[in-house]
Design a protein around this ligand. Structure first.
Ligand code: ATP
Ligand code: MG
Length: 442
């Protein structure tokens, strides 16, 4: 196996080697190179201690000195150079977060999580693959290095990482690794929400967001996202659906592009359905109010997982509006876009399309034609530059005061009502006309 190392990586390896140290490119970059993917970053492992590495390079950053990591800068890019070490950074809250350096590459590779992540390479030795990583890449499986039970006991975050790598690579989980995950999933309770969030996000924006099913089967979601288990347990006896809420959700995530907020919105759009179930006399299930309740649930879940405020807000709004019907006519589309926010209206249409793609064939063509009509109407509205917000209104609060209105809440209401007029008929967005609508002073 020939791996093409970038010139800057070769240069860093040579500098370390010329000073008498061992050095290899390692981990994800080797995995991705073998798979023919462009690695995002190149990590280097070396027998040199951090201080020794720093002494050899002009420009370095102390990224994680306590873990043995120094970032070497070359041509504006950073390369993490880490000293061979034995201990991982254990996340179960009991082990000390300490690191022991070692003189052996083999020891360093042994502490890595999965066989496909435990390969190293340099020009002199070629590929170093001590645990069958190449073979597992060929077979498409994620397997722990060593005893899975031990590896997940050491660091429970690896449980999430295992599923995340399966989703990113389209791989299967090796059977013993899978069983160990099942046995250790509870340990995820000791992992910080931030770190779980990072792995969950990577899974969701991967080419296979539906691999969340694997997290469900192995007991992971029961710990980190129990709301999803509730969805998987909720059938939908309704002509618009042929899948459980959970399976519909997985399907809807696949149907939307890999954007963090869109994938999260699809994950959570129906989160409150199990809480809103009613069954009518014909035996048909309804979920009235699930979008409104879902909005609150979604925000709560995202905050619990420590997502940033921007993400929480955006996803909350997408969940809130995912299900509203909009008349396929310009006026109604203008009103809807104005009410929901022009910043998210196109996203709402994407959410609706993904939701629809995951429904049954019942009235599918009709629903698709409707959505297409909304898209084209909104495109025309944008093209024509119709006023949709108070900012675009031809009059301001100041104009109204100059025309004699008193400051106060009435002013805001007046502006809003003028906006309604303009949403009805954009031609009316002139200062002269709008001022003429104001009640005359007595
Ligand atoms: P990517 O950066 O594409 O997500 P990666 O494989 O580079 O994938 P990182 O999280 O950047 O993953 O970690 C770099 C390497 O460090 C991994 O390939 C693996 O060898 C090792 N590693 C990372 N986290 C752990 C862990 N929790 N336990 C054991 N080894 C780990
Ligand atoms: Mg990486």
């Amino acid at each position: 196996m020939l791996i093409q190392l970038p010139e800057d990586v070769k240069a860093i390896l040579h500098t370390l080697q010329s000073a008498g140290y061992e050095a290899y490119a390692v981990g994800g970059c080797i995995r991705d190179s073998i798979l023919g993917r462009e690695p995002e970053d190149w990590d280097i492992t070396t027998s040199a201690k951090p201080e020794e590495t720093k002494a050899l390079f002009g420009k370095t950053i102390d990224t994680g000195i306590q873990h043995g990591t120094v970032t070497v800068m070359r041509h504006g890019r950073g390369y993490e150079v880490t000293t061979y070490r034995v201990d991982g950074e254990y996340e179960d809250g009991r082990h000390p977060k300490e690191v022991t350096f070692t003189a052996s590459l083999a020891e360093d590779l042994r502490r890595r999580d999965f066989t496909v992540n435990a390969m190293a390479c340099n020009e002199e030795d070629g590929l170093v693959d001590l645990f069958g990583g190449q073979e597992d890449l060929k077979r498409g499986i994620i397997r722990c290095v060593g005893e899975p039970d031990e590896r997940f006991s050491e660091d429970a975050l690896r449980i999430m990482r295992a599923v995340r790598f399966c989703a990113q690579l389209g791989f299967a989980m090796e059977e013993r690794t899978r069983q160990a995950i099942r046995g250790h999933a509870q340990r995820l309770r000791q992992v910080s929400a931030e770190r779980i969030q990072v792995e969950l996000t990577k899974l969701l924006i991967s080419p296979h967001p539906d691999y969340l099913r694997m997290a469900w089967e192995t007991g992971i979601t029961a710990v980190v996202l129990p709301e999803f288990d509730r969805q998987m347990a909720q059938p939908q006896h309704n002509p618009h659906h042929f899948l459980s809420v959970g399976e519909h959700t997985l399907c809807a995530m696949q149907a939307v592009r890999p954007d963090k907020c869109l994938r999260l919105a699809m994950l959570l759009h129906d989160v409150a359905k199990p809480l809103c179930l009613t069954t009518d006399e014909k035996g048909i299930d309804h979920f009235h109010g699930h979008a409104q309740l879902g909005e609150r649930e979604a925000a709560g879940i995202l905050k619990r997982l420590r997502y940033d405020n921007h993400t929480v807000e955006l996803v909350r709004r997408l969940v809130k509006w995912h299900d509203v019907f909009i008349e396929p006519e310009k006026k109604a589309v203008r009103r809807a876009a104005s009410r929901m926010g022009t910043d998210i209206f196109p996203l709402i249409l994407e959410v609706k399309a993904a939701d629809l793609a995951a429904q049954s064939d019942y009235r599918r063509e009709e629903k698709e034609a409707w959505l297409e009509r909304l898209r084209s109407l909104y495109a025309q509205i944008e093209e024509e530059g119709d006023c949709l917000t108070l900012k675009e209104l031809a009059v301001t609060g100041r104009d109204l005061m100059e025309a004699g209105m008193k400051p106060g809440p009435g002013l805001g209401q007046a502006l809003q009502s003028l906006l309604e007029t303009v949403l009805e008929d954009p031609e009316k967005n002139t200062k002269e006309y709008l001022l003429s609508l104001l009640p005359r002073e007595t």
